[in-house]
Design a protein around this ligand. Structure first.
Ligand SMILES: [Zn+2]
Length: 245
């Protein structure tokens, strides 16, 4: 199991299973490429160069110059590189893989940045605005982008897997940078009590996820994602009240 696979199962079991069985591929998202571009810039010069080579046609216009998204991404990279505290938080080993058993399942994580001297790990997250509110069914309230994208869950799992490997609880940090012009930025830490909720949440949902993954139960369709919309067959009517469910 990985954090992204667990998150994907929580979004839509049917789509995730179809992806795992190579029956469906999610459409290419440019937001994802921009995030990877920013990440690779802080990984190493080689990684950044390789990323640009691999995604040349997504980054550069045929007539020359970069697409607007990547000009923006360059400003985001510059913003962080000019900030001494952000660069301090990003000091460490890059892209380190750990595995450990959690809740009876083998997990694999890839930590963007880990610093064993300071016992911290950190990750860059790009977002629209630091203070933007998102409705969350999981938390039953408006939340920040950090909860909305399940980054607290990610940090909680990473913290446990790192603990199983090192015997120490490391502190996670998010280096947030916005897609505004000029970009805003922040270094975020977490109240430790948040991790207990996330661990209980994973523990509660993991058995169902594993059953679905092993083909022991039928995958639940979310009926709203691109996969579900593309494969939907109508069988019934429903009362208008359920439109907002
Ligand atoms: Zn779906």
């Amino acid at each position: 199991m990985s954090v992204s696979q667990f998150k994907s199962f929580m979004e839509c079991e049917a789509r995730t299973l179809a992806e795992l069985r190579d029956e469906y591929t999610r459409p290419h998202s440019s937001a994802l490429t921009v995030g990877s571009y920013v990440h690779s810039a802080f990984e190493s010069d080689e990684a950044f160069g390789q990323f640009i080579n691999d995604n040349y046609n997504s980054i550069f216009k045929a007539r020359g110059g970069k697409y607007t998204d990547f000009e923006q991404a360059d400003r985001m990279i510059e913003t962080l590189k000019k900030d001494k505290f952000a660069m301090f938080a990003l000091e460490g080993e890059k892209e380190v893989i750990y595995t450990a058993e959690l809740f009876g399942v083998e997990w694999k994580i890839k930590v963007d940045n880990i610093n064993h001297q300071r016992k911290i790990f950190s990750d860059i997250k790009t977002t629209q605005e630091l203070g933007k509110r998102y409705w969350s069914d999981k938390y039953s309230k408006y939340v920040s982008f950090v909860e909305a994208y399940d980054y607290v869950l990610q940090m909680a799992i990473y913290r446990e897997v790192i603990f199983k490997n090192t015997g120490e609880y490391y502190n996670p940090y998010i280096i947030a940078v916005t897609k505004q012009n000029p970009p805003d930025k922040a270094i975020l830490h977490f109240d430790e009590t948040r991790f207990d909720f996330e661990k209980e949440y994973v523990q509660m949902h993991l058995p169902g996820v594993i059953k679905t993954k092993n083909g022991e139960t039928n995958p639940v369709r979310c009926e709203t994602c691109e996969y579900c919309r593309a494969t939907k067959q109508l069988k019934n009517t429903f009362e208008i009240e359920f439109l907002l469910d």
